[in-house]
Design a protein around this ligand. Structure first.
Ligand code: GRF
Length: 182
């Protein structure tokens, strides 16, 4: 099976997937931020990239049609979102129905959207976590595939919680992806 990873940032989850032996090939990185570190990681791993900037296109449909073209070119069958900071539009959702997954740094449906870690700290919850879910048209709303809880300490900070979350994500996401491939 061929997988595409979509990312906008550092790509540590992308790296964790690259570093895991999967029954699949990571065939493409799609990135909307030319300066993002995930692009370097792809180059180092010899993974082809489709890098774009939304501002160069009339609308979401226009850039998603180009993404779709790349996905088809590489024969991609599963899309893995790993810190991709854009909502997936109808163009990709229809072409990859039930074949797009995302990882989110909270126990959904709590704290969807941006800065889930900040939201959890603000809410003073004792437990947060990580969710892997199928992607639908909403913001972090699709069917949940897997979750892992994380206890917050008394003096938890954004940095410390972020570190805990990444550690869990890097273990959980490749495992869930491997499960989906079987
Ligand atoms: C992860 O925490 C993920 O849950 C969220 O974005 C972050 C991406 O981190 N969707 P990285 O770029 O994989 O390091």
């Amino acid at each position: 099976k061929k997988i595409a990873v979509f990312a906008s940032g550092s790509g540590s989850n992308f790296q964790a997937i690259l570093d895991t032996q999967l029954d699949a090939e990571i065939s493409l990185l799609v990135c909307d931020k030319p300066q993002a570190f995930c692009v370097e990681r792809a180059k180092k791993a010899d993974v082809p990239t489709f890098v774009f900037q939304a501002k160069d296109y009339a609308d979401k449909e226009a850039y998603e049609l180009e993404i779709l073209h790349s996905l088809k070119k590489y024969g991609v069958e599963l899309i893995v979102l790993a810190g991709y900071m854009r909502l997936i539009g109808p163009t990709l959702l229809q072409a990859f129905e039930g074949k797009i997954v995302n990882i989110h740094p909270s126990l959904l449906p709590a704290f969807p959207g941006k800065d889930a870690i900040g939201q959890a700290l603000e809410a003073k919850v004792k437990v947060s976590g990580v969710t892997v879910h199928f992607v639908d048209a909403g913001m972090d709303t699709g069917p949940i595939i897997a979750q892992k809880a994380i206890e917050l300490s008394e003096n938890e900070t954004k940095v410390s919680l972020q570190t805990k979350i990444h550690r869990i994500e890097h273990e959980l996401y490749p495992k869930v992806i491997q499960g989906l491939l079987q």
